[in-house]
Write a protein that binds this ligand. Structure first.
Ligand SMILES: *Cc1c(COP(=O)(O)O)cnc(C)c1O
Length: 418
């Protein structure tokens, strides 16, 4: 859909002066490209969409209808997937904190359950003893060092990751021992999701290889899946400040490694991937109206009806790709100036963009920020203002995927004492 000022103004009339736009065709394109990339390298592949990255119900259902499994990391997300009609056998339940009831529910429903710590194994054992007639299958998330030439590949400079069961200190062996006298349980999966600094192809080769080697060593007779998690780059907009590997680059490295490691196996394990960012980042835009253009000493601030929380909850300093939709298209646009775009909160650091060099937008224009689909909708705090509407665009049609919040939902009377 072409977004000119007339269209934006029409949306403003209905939804107010800031809103998200979800491009459904692009979402479908991402899913199909990823599926094609991975299945062409390794046909036995499952894509589990990482709910926490953006659990907009409309979006989760759309991905499910394309064939995605649901990858969840809490009971809240698990229950959402069920509520959306997902078959529980197509839910992958990860995450560090699970109650006994969570584990019982997942096992009863035959969901794909990956254990993150040893305490969960006690619950698994209890379930097994209570249900001697069932054969229980579980996966283990593993923790092992991930380094390239001695340098840790983990995000934010961490030397040691906190997730999963440690292989090096013998905890993996402990987990196996804890279950060795349980007749009706099988460890069928190994999981390794890592957040790496560079999201490099090389990191995925290392992760895949390590999981395959451990699977062959410890679980040769029971292994059914290798789950390498998410963390891939998605397609970045042209002119973005970095180069990223493509889905094909990742798929080739991971697929090749699987094929090599399981060479000669008649029944090779399934490959599970759990993309989040790479599936949804580039399918959302955020539109915010320019309220004021003001000068403070030598600086120009463009004030919009939006906040850094709407587009960059981590408040990083890189400017997102953006576009200005102006009312006087073809009119006299002023020359290139430097300005910053600031938001409605009362925080000094509420910058949506720093030092943009471009013609200065006018009051009433719209700024469209691109690539805002990941960790925004789920991370947008209820701070100062209601959260904006989300408008999906499918086949040129607009669909309200989420209404603009009102004071009624913001201060839910069922929760707060008035
Ligand atoms: C967050 C997460 C993902 C998705 O990560 P992205 O970086 O959004 O692709 C996948 N699996 C697990 C276990 C996660 O915690």
């Amino acid at each position: 859909m072409k977004l000119n000022y007339a269209k934006i103004f029409q949306l403003e009339e209905e939804y107010g002066s800031s809103f998200y736009l979800l491009d459904v065709d692009k979402l479908k394109g991402n899913y199909r490209k990823m599926e094609e990339a991975f299945t062409s390298q390794y046909p036995k592949c499952i894509i589990g969409y990482s709910y926490k990255t953006n659990y907009l119900p409309f979006l989760c259902k759309e991905l499910s209808s394309l064939g995605a499994y649901a990858e969840v990391v809490s009971r809240l997300e698990y229950d959402l997937a069920v509520k959306l009609g997902e078959n529980p056998e197509r839910i992958i339940f990860n995450g560090p904190v699970k109650t006994k009831d969570d584990i019982f529910r997942a096992l009863h429903n035959k969901s794909i359950l990956n254990i993150d710590s040893l305490y969960e194994i006690e619950y698994v054992k209890e379930y097994c003893f209570n249900h001697p007639e069932e054969m229980i299958k579980i996966g283990l998330r593993l923790n092992f060092p991930l380094s390239d030439g001695g340098e840790s590949l983990l995000q934010d400079g961490y030397e040691v990751g906190r997730f999963g069961i440690c292989v090096e200190n013998g905890n993996l062996q402990t987990a196996i021992n804890m279950l060795c006298d349980v007749r009706n349980v099988k460890i069928v999966g190994l999981h390794g999701h890592f957040s790496t600094k560079t999201r490099s192809v090389k990191a995925y080769r290392l992760i895949t290889k390590k999981l395959c080697v451990l699977a062959k060593h410890f679980f040769k007779d029971t292994i059914e899946y290798i789950d390498i998690g998410g963390g891939f780059y998605g397609e970045l907009p042209k002119g973005f400040h970095l180069e990223a590997p493509s889905f094909n680059d990742y798929a080739e490295a991971i697929g090749e490694t699987m094929i090599k490691e399981f060479a000669g196996w008649e029944n090779k394990p399934l490959l599970i991937i759990e993309p989040g960012i790479s599936m949804v980042a580039n399918v959302f835009r955020f539109a915010a109206k320019v309220i004021e253009v003001k000068n403070v000493r030598d600086n120009t601030f463009v004030l919009v009806d939006g906040s850094v929380h709407n587009i960059k909850p981590t408040m990083h300093k890189n400017n997102l790709p953006m576009q200005v939709i102006t009312q006087n298209e073809g009119g006299n646009r002023n020359s290139q100036k430097t300005f910053s775009i600031v938001g409605y909160t009362c925080m000094e650091k509420d910058y949506l963009a720093h030092n943009v060099v471009s013609p200065i937008p006018c009051i009433g224009d719209y700024v469209l920020f691109d690539n805002v689909g990941a960790y925004t909708i789920v991370f947008n705090p209820p701070f100062i203002k209601e959260r904006p509407a989300i408008i999906a665009i499918r086949d040129g049609e607009t669909i309200v995927a989420r209404k603009k919040e009102t004071i009624k939902e913001f201060f839910n009377e069922a929760l707060y004492l008035f």
